[in-house]
Design a protein around this ligand. Structure first.
Ligand code: CP
Length: 296
């Protein structure tokens, strides 16, 4: 694999290959077995131009577990703050000796541009409202571990679809894996050309789905939290009680407690939120390993 810029360019076999590799990684880690040192001598640069906890830290640990070196750019404390352009910044990082770039940026397409400028393998760790491919991969692994298989599952993706790069990747990954998606949210957040069925009515769907995937309202990209939104879409105890007995709740995080999800639902046995995070490291190990192999 040369880059991971989005799920849109991947087929089912590509996705399942990474999922299988990630499962092997997790088994090795949890069993205390040696992990392949696929990144021996390889330098991974974490370039996060937007805030992150889960993605950045798990890429950091993933690279270290594979024996790689990690360097991290902190834009506010770098020459970006003195006006250095994105292109000059990434060419500098490449000149320092980075071999793989992990990029989060507010502009859609920034990871693609960086791959073109540097010629280095790039992982998109979230670009604007476009895609967040490793999130969708770890979500797929989480579903596979919970249900045994993804084919035939019914998933409602709920909330700020318009501004969500998580939704952007789920929209490609889940249908490729045989999951039936329905997009749920206020009219203004549902795409006109949605590649999946849409509805504004969450309550009508609750009894029919295996997975409720809640999205954070992206206030930094124009999403507005209103009392009406909370009343119609927050997954609280009453709504959760209407779900099928085996149905689960997912969220990429960070969660806005009290907005899209109530405290008690976030911490209920149905919630896979912590399990999603746990799957993030082995998935990112699988991605970095595939990129390292693609360099040779
Ligand atoms: N899910 C996700 O991307 O979280 P972070 O912003 O904390 O990385």
């Amino acid at each position: 694999m040369k880059d991971l810029l989005g799920i849109h360019s991947m087929g089912r076999l590509d996705i399942e290959g990474l999922m299988a590799d990630s499962t092997s990684m997790r088994t090795a880690i949890e069993g205390g077995h040696p992990v392949t040192q696929s990144l021996d001598g390889v330098c991974v640069a974490n370039l996060f131009f937007e805030p992150s906890t889960r993605t950045r830290l798990s890429f950091d640990l993933a690279a270290q577990r594979l024996g790689g070196h990690v360097i991290t750019l902190h834009p506010d404390a770098s020459s970006t703050a003195k006006g250095e352009s994105l292109r000059d910044t990434v060419l500098t990082v490449a000149g320092i000796g980075a071999d793989i770039l992990v990029v989060r940026h507010g502009l859609e397409g920034a990871p693609r541009s960086i791959a073109d400028w540097t010629g280095l393998p790039v992982v998109n760790a979230g670009d604007g409202t476009n895609e967040h491919p490793t999130q969708a991969l770890l979500d797929a692994v989480t579903l596979q571990r919970r249900f045994g298989a993804t084919d035939g599952l019914a998933m409602a993706v709920v909330g700020d679809i318009a501004h969500s790069r998580v939704a952007g990747s789920l929209l490609h990954a889940m249908p490729a894996l045989g999951v039936d998606l329905t997009l749920v949210g206020p009219e203004e957040w549902l795409p006109d050309d949605a590649p999946a069925p849409t509805t504004t009515n969450l309550d009508d769907l609750l009894t029919e789905v295996d997975v409720v995937y809640l999205l954070r309202v992206q206030t930094e990209r124009g999403g507005v939290i209103s009392d009406d939104y909370i009343a119609r879409y927050r997954l609280d105890r009453e709504r959760s009680a209407r779900l099928a007995p085996n149905a689960v709740i997912m969220h990429a995080g960070p969660i806005n407690r009290g907005v899209e999800i109530s405290d008690e639902v976030a911490e209920s046995p149905r919630s896979l939120i912590v399990e999603q995070v746990r799957n993030g490291v082995p998935v990112r190990m699988a991605v970095l390993k595939a990129l390292a192999e693609g360099r040779t």
